[in-house]
Design a protein around this ligand. Structure first.
Ligand SMILES: [Zn+2]
Ligand SMILES: [Zn+2]
Ligand SMILES: [Zn+2]
Ligand SMILES: [Zn+2]
Ligand SMILES: [Zn+2]
Length: 306
């Protein structure tokens, strides 16, 4: 496994050149595989379950699994499998059971948490899987629960950093703390992106809206605002005059009407612009984590990577 870790790190260097998004979890995995001090070094099967290989498993997400806690049958994408001891031996938790479980675990006493540095393991008794990765938890539990989990891990790291007498352990703890802080900042940025950029809102009262029916002059359901479905400009009470001449309307479009695809395309273009501008405001290390965190959200909307 040591050789595999070294090879992976080499590979990651190459891959990173054109795929920054997968760089971080891969490095995390490479470090885990090379870490001789860690008894929990993963086996090959467990390593393959790591988030770095997510893109390979994308096709599997349409499959269903029974949740180990509530027994409900859920799509694989709507839950998390532990890394399992061997392939086919993984335990699946649906997102809502995972949420409850992680919350309960994060609320334990610090003394109990410190045993595993606040990391969380599959709840199945006797399961030998590695801990759930931060990147996986970030994508499967609500932002608040993830923030509580990270806060708890950071507190433990800070305590260890303050009390350790092993000087050579310090740089590693500091690096881990910084990694977690970047991850947390990345999650906050993701939340902002999903709520303020990807979710469509009335330009006046910010009520989210989904419904679009042929005419690009929309009226808010919550307030009297008339707005444009091309550019989301507040047009007073009636948007028809604006829509007639809207600058964001692609050439050749109808005066008022358009298809759902036209709407989606125009909105994705708008989102893309806002997203790039917002990402540019983030520090580079946070940007990397953020881009990784929003990949799934963008894919759901059929948006290309910024
Ligand atoms: Zn469940
Ligand atoms: Zn398990
Ligand atoms: Zn409104
Ligand atoms: Zn109309
Ligand atoms: Zn407009």
């Amino acid at each position: 496994m040591f050789a595999y870790g070294s090879m992976l790190q080499l590979l990651v260097g190459l891959v990173a050149a054109y795929d920054q998004a997968t760089q971080d979890p891969a490095l995390e995995l490479a470090v885990l595989l090379q870490d001789e001090a860690l008894l929990r070094r993963p086996t090959a099967a467990q390593a393959i379950g790591h988030s770095y290989f997510d893109f390979i498993w994308t096709w599997r997400r349409e499959e269903t699994r029974a949740c180990a806690v509530c027994q409900d049958l859920k799509r694989l994408a709507n839950g998390l499998e532990c890394s399992g001891a061997a392939a086919g031996d993984a335990h699946f938790l649906c997102d809502s059971c995972l949420d409850g479980y992680v919350r309960a675990q994060s609320e334990r006493e610090l003394r109990l948490l410190s045993v595993d540095d606040g990391q969380i393991r599959c709840p199945e008794p006797g399961c030998t899987s590695v801990f759930y990765s931060d990147a996986h938890l970030a994508r499967h539990i609500p932002t608040q629960a993830f923030a509580a989990y990270l806060k708890c891990r950071q507190q433990l790291l800070e305590v260890r950093l303050a009390t350790t007498i092993e000087e050579d352990l310090r740089p590693r703890l500091t690096a881990e703390l910084q990694r977690q802080q970047a991850l947390q900042a990345g999650e906050q940025a993701r939340q902002h992106i999903v709520e303020q950029i990807l979710t469509l809102r009335c330009p006046r009262c910010s009520t989210a809206f989904l419904d679009f029916e042929a005419c690009f002059a929309l009226t808010c359901r919550n307030c009297p605002c008339g707005f444009c479905a091309w550019c989301l400009a507040d047009c007073g009470g009636n948007a028809h005059e604006h829509v007639r001449n809207c600058g964001a309307k692609p050439p050749g479009s109808d005066v008022f009407f358009g298809s759902a695809e036209d709407f989606q395309r125009a909105q994705n273009k708008r989102r893309q612009k806002l997203l790039s501008a917002y990402l540019d405001t983030l520090p580079d290390h946070v940007k990397t984590d953020t881009i990784h965190a929003i990949r799934g959200d963008l894919a759901e909307l059929g948006m290309v990577f910024p």
